[in-house]
Design a protein around this ligand. Structure first.
Ligand SMILES: C[S@@+](CC[C@H](N)C(=O)[O-])C[C@H]1O[C@@H](n2cnc3c(N)ncnc32)[C@H](O)[C@@H]1O
Length: 314
């Protein structure tokens, strides 16, 4: 880790209200990052047991530093891995699970990690530095059609095909290795008159798409959420914060299908499929940041928290 680990935890009080930490309880923070949420949890329940997962070695080092300073002697266990494998990593029944999706501000700001579209940062974007696939491999080696597909699917980029075409032309002449090179390609692909109407950075969608593809963030999410519900004790709660509509859609739909898994035709008077609800949603909708939080931490603007509670007889 080179720079300071800086990250403001989003929807902190709302997450604690959802998880209701208690002494003697067992909790899992699937995305421990700088341990902001976990520190708050142990402050409310110093005698709880906490498991923390992250796939980023820098995050785990920061979490260890914070927890050992703020909660020396607490019963915490840090694990390097992917939360998609949470069920293999933690086998104890849990009272609460938190998932704070996406990347931390530290990862975004640390130029060497290659998440940011500013400067001559390398096109890396790996959360787990042991992984082989980087954004540089995708932009230089993947077929044009695949690049266009991920920009459309994961970035919801209207100019996906155009960007993929210009990129693949450019890479015949030189390897695309830095954020600056990619931004220039995106600039050259989107006609000026369309860019002017959108106040966000023209590279935002492409960088989001590459990050999702490099870290395979979406496809395994639904199964991971189902696994997590199975890891809860009855009455235990799963709290998930998402940061863009693609993620939130998966969380919302997964929760709804666990709340109401019945597949019987609507006009059947009684259920014959036998599929029983696993969770109740509490509240039913998503929780978003207050205007005060958004003022203090603009990153919270796009956050949505959803909470599912495992039913007693599920
Ligand atoms: C938004 S940050 C978490 C910040 C943390 N809640 C805090 O308050 O400090 C997300 C963290 O999750 C990690 N992460 C994202 N996806 C992951 C996955 N599939 N498995 C494990 N860790 C993941 C990232 O490396 C990052 O450190």
């Amino acid at each position: 880790m080179t720079g300071q680990f800086h990250h403001i935890s989003v929807l902190l009080n709302e997450c604690m209200d959802a998880l209701r930490p208690k002494d003697g309880g067992v909790y899992l923070d699937c995305t421990i990052g700088g341990a902001g949420h976990s520190t708050a949890l142990l402050s409310l329940a110093p005698k709880a047991r906490l498991y923390g997962i992250d796939r980023d070695a820098d995050a785990l080092a920061a979490a260890e530093k914070r927890l050992s300073t703020d909660h020396p002697g607490a019963d915490y266990h840090l694990l390097r891995g992917n939360f998609h494998d949470a069920r293999e990593l933690v086998t104890e029944p849990l009272d609460g699970i938190l998932v704070d999706l996406g990347v931390s501000s530290y990862q975004l700001d640390e130029a060497g990690r290659g998440f940011s579209y500013h400067g001559d940062a390398p096109l890396d974007m790996r959360m787990d530095q042991r992984q082989e696939l980087t954004a540089e491999v995708i932009v230089n080696e993947w077929p044009e059609k695949e690049i266009s597909r991920i920009l459309k699917e994961y970035g919801e980029e209207n100019w996906a095909a155009q960007i993929a075409r210009v990129l693949c032309d450019r890479r015949k002449k030189e390897r695309i290795a830095t954020a600056d090179q990619l931004v220039e390609i995106i600039d050259a692909s989107i006609p000026k008159k369309f860019r002017a109407r959108d106040d966000s950075h023209p590279a935002r969608r492409t960088f989001q798409a590459l990050r999702i593809a490099v870290n395979d963030e979406l496809a395994p999410l639904e199964k991971a959420l189902r696994d997590m519900v199975r890891m809860l004790s009855p009455g235990g709660r799963l709290a998930v914060i998402s940061f863009h509509s693609l993620e939130d859609r998966i969380v919302k739909n997964s929760f709804r299908s666990m709340e109401n898994p019945c597949t019987c035709p609507k006009d059947f008077p009684v259920c014959v499929c036998g599929k029983k609800p696993l969770v109740r949603l509490t509240p039913r909708g998503g929780i978003t940041a207050s205007s005060e939080e958004i003022r203090d931490n603009p990153r919270s603007r796009s956050a949505t928290l959803r909470v599912a509670e495992r039913l007693e007889d599920a």
